[in-house]
Design a protein around this ligand. Sequence first.
Ligand code: FAD
Length: 450
Amino acid sequence: MPQTSGRIAAGVDWGKLDKLVRGRVFLENDTDYPTAKQIFNTRFDDAKPTAVVRADTVDDVAAAVTFAAENDLVLSARAGGHSYVGASSATGAMIIDLRQLSGVKYRDGEAVVAPGMTLNAVYRELDRDGQTIPTGMCPMVGISGLTLGGGLGFESRRYGLTCDRLAAATMVLPDGTVTEASPTTRPDLFWAIRGGGPHLGIVTSLTYRTCPATPKDVVQLAFPGELAGQVIAGWLTWLGTAEPSEWACVSIDADGRGGLKCWMQLVCPAKEGIQAAVALMGATTKPLNVDYRSLNHMDTVMYLAGGSATQPRATFTCGSDVVTELSEDAIAAVIEAITEHSRAGGTGWVQINTLDGAVRDTLPEDSAFPWREHAALVEWGNYQPIPHEQAAAWIADAHRLIAPFSAGAYVNYLELGDPMERYYAHNYPRLDDVRRKVDPRNRIHTVLVS
Ligand SMILES: Cc1cc2nc3c(=O)[nH]c(=O)nc-3n(C[C@H](O)[C@H](O)[C@H](O)COP(=O)(O)OP(=O)(O)OC[C@H]3O[C@@H](n4cnc5c(N)ncnc54)[C@H](O)[C@@H]3O)c2cc1C
């Protein structure tokens, strides 16, 4: 796979593109350029995209992609702007900003969603019809970016990944061709965009099979930090007996003084929370604190999002490992990694998400997302004020400690310069084959290497 080339955009007739689109083209000398290129992670505020093209219509997207092909430009889409590696504001790339493309049309169990929608906006729109799709928890993440990399959240055990609910998509390929991708039209592309999507073209419409939006019980349990290993092991035992409609994830936070805080978020159908929490406590240990709420679906979404539909921009450095089995030694490696970080003054965290339940209803080779027979996704996270260099060094150490148990990583938690195989494992050759067919001239920006 290529990296963004240093193609110089000198001699490009940007005025021509500006006339072609209903939206707007922002170049480096425009006063609005710094805002137009801004994404969620402030770490990429110095990035210098060649241009940012605000697409106001789907035709604008096609015009911009065709223009990029004619002028030999590397391009990248920008939806929610939550890329971990700044891909949607990449230096040297022409950014196609999709945020003006919004709207959800629901009918008979299917929702057609525009690519510029945030998760919160999709939840809100579908909730009007008593519907939902399984997505993540952060309100301003883009539905496009999340779906194209997989999409893991509090209903994954019950309904699968976000990409598992995808029934069809419309996309503009790097040569400007508009195509459908579905199980019957371009099935190769449909296979590839479900997990490998950011590397293939610009998706302009996503059709999902929806599920009912139902009330929930939400229980947060805080445990003694020194028992974090026991909590992870107990959580695994609990997962073995819990209904697919019951979901919980484990978080361990470093306090920067050598100590840990361990807590768990449990979400399950209304009226089942107490029983599920008792089972979870029985499998783990006595919690220090329990916070129980019974909420309707939209209030659950808002609560898990931290109480707001927006989130301030932040500086962060994160990474991940997918573990095949969370053995005693693997759990010990997780605890050692986060404890070392805390001892060194770090205030980062580890979040462990299960990959069981409905995630396994799709076979590992039936979509580009490969992690269907694996125990868990371990995310290593660090927000300000820990400097990027310190955070990156810790994540590199954590990768080393967990390496004997790691099968790869999650593409939505992308890290710079990784080999593509790390994210796609056995599915990499097939994905690369599709990508070479649709993007032989490497027009779509990527930070991954082959
Ligand atoms: C605070 C936070 C919370 C998160 N929570 C979760 C979570 O709960 N579950 C989870 O699974 N992930 C989560 N993520 C990860 C998130 O799914 C990825 O970062 C995802 O890529 C973000 O998509 P975006 O549209 O917001 O970002 P963008 O930066 O706009 O896009 C990300 C990538 O996708 C490409 N892309 C976006 N839209 C399109 C399109 N329409 N067509 C083609 N390519 C496109 C971009 O070019 C870029 O390469 C979280 C990230 C953050 C920062």
